[in-house]
Design a protein around this ligand. Structure first.
Ligand code: F3S
Length: 402
């Protein structure tokens, strides 16, 4: 791989150990993927910072960098961390909370600007901009809805890329790597809801597990719904991008240059099968409602708060609704107190999916997120039921599952 004089010097330790290590890892990964050079990025996003994901080894790794004066050289954000606030379900053990806080503080010390899985709401990338992002829903959003360019990085690699402000020129950073190789025609014949679109995303991901799909039939969905589709898709597929007919910037050029190998068609009966499988698992006790995977936009949060304030339900003391948002979102104390009284918690900068909720006594989670449905049983140790967002609100405002 060609390196500039400056990059060679960093590799040889001119800026110290963390940057030399970062350059060594980045050039090794880049060379193995056929990259011929490094390119600058405007924004890095680090994933995998929940203590439950990375454990003591991850904490020590981040600590070793932070205490060696490693600092991010470009705008860098990080994924949410484990849920460390108290709730009616209880709290995490003190040693887990303190280790999670150390991870957060080391990353802040290195210059992390925000903790959220929706970094595009903190700093919206521009069309054609190169990024080094490591959260699948964010990468898919950037490539598919903005026309920015990011591979789907691993958490530690994105951290190194944030230190250097560079990535390797391979994958979707090259036009060649953005070609759709799979075509999916969606024929649902129903108006799109959060539930419907979540399930659709999971299904399309299963059909195209390793290749970028060109998706026809979702031309009229809102950006919010396309975002939810992408988050689900990223749970069952490794592809970093979806080309939506007419929604994705340059979709027609990408179709013309495509190399379609597989073609699929999905209709609403396929999705009904999935629903029947999923809806049959309700039980009572230890129930948590959760909306906000990925983290909610301000518009979504505003809408939900209006519904919940108008609803005026008193807290039964048996169930809570958690709303996931980035840590840059702030609400006035009066609203937070009111919400807490009615059993609603704003989970700022945190991710219930990567928190062992079973340690809190949560047995099952009711959510509208296909991504949460996919990951929570394994990562959070709970059962998951997926329902539409409106259905969740109605059920919660009515006092929850009885
Ligand atoms: Fe965000 Fe956690 Fe879901 S990081 S996308 S709330 S799994």
């Amino acid at each position: 791989m060609y390196l500039t004089k400056e990059e060679e010097a960093i590799l040889n330790g001119e800026l110290g150990y963390p940057y030399a290590l970062a350059m060594k890892v980045l050039t090794t990964v880049g060379a193995s993927l056929g990259a011929e050079k490094l390119i600058p990025v405007e924004h890095a996003h680090v994933s995998g910072i929940s203590y439950f994901n990375i454990g003591d080894a991850g904490l020590e790794f981040i600590e070793s960098l932070a205490t060696s004066s490693a600092r991010f050289h470009v705008f860098t954000t990080a994924n949410p961390y484990a849920v460390i606030i108290d709730s009616m379900y209880g709290s995490l053990p003190e040693d887990v909370r303190s280790k999670q806080l150390k991870i957060i503080n080391y990353l802040k010390g290195m210059g992390a600007r925000a903790f959220t899985c929706a970094p595009y709401y903190v700093r919206r990338p521009s069309y054609g901009e190169h990024l080094a992002w490591a959260e699948s829903n964010a990468v898919l959003y950037a490539n598919s809805l903005v026309g920015a360019w990011s591979n789907r990085e691993g958490g530690p690699l994105a951290l190194f890329e944030g230190l250097l402000g560079k990535t390797y020129a391979a994958g979707v950073h090259l036009r060649e790597g953005r070609k759709p190789k799979c075509l999916v025609r969606v024929k649902t014949g129903e108006s799109a809801s959060f539930l419907h679109i979540s399930l659709l995303g999971l299904k399309v991901g299963e059909l195209c597990p390793d290749s970028i799909p060109f998706v026809e039939g979702l031309e009229n969905v809102s950006e919010e719904l396309a975002r939810i589709f992408l988050a689900s898709f990223g749970s069952t597929s490794n592809a970093p991008m979806v080309v939506f007919n007419r929604l994705t910037p340059d979709s027609q050029e990408l179709l013309e240059s495509s190399d379609i190998k597989d073609r699929f068609s999905i209709d609403s009966s396929d999705l009904r099968d999935v629903l029947l499988d999923l809806r049959d698992s309700s039980e009572s006790g230890g129930i948590l409602y959760f909306i906000g995977c990925p983290h909610l936009s301000l518009d979504e949060l505003t809408y939900l708060l209006r519904r919940l304030q108008v609803g005026g339900r008193r807290n039964s003391g048996k169930v809570e609704l958690w709303l996931g948002v980035g840590d840059t979102v702030s609400l006035d104390k009066e609203t937070v107190d009111y919400l807490s009284e009615v059993g609603v918690r704003i989970i700022r900068g945190m991710c219930p999916v990567t928190t062992k909720l079973s340690l809190l006594g949560v047995k099952y989670v009711i959510t509208d997120s296909g991504k949460a449905l996919h990951y929570m049983p394994k990562l959070a140790g709970v059962k998951v039921v997926i329902k539409d967002r409106e259905e969740i609100l109605k059920e919660f405002l009515g006092g929850g599952v009885r």
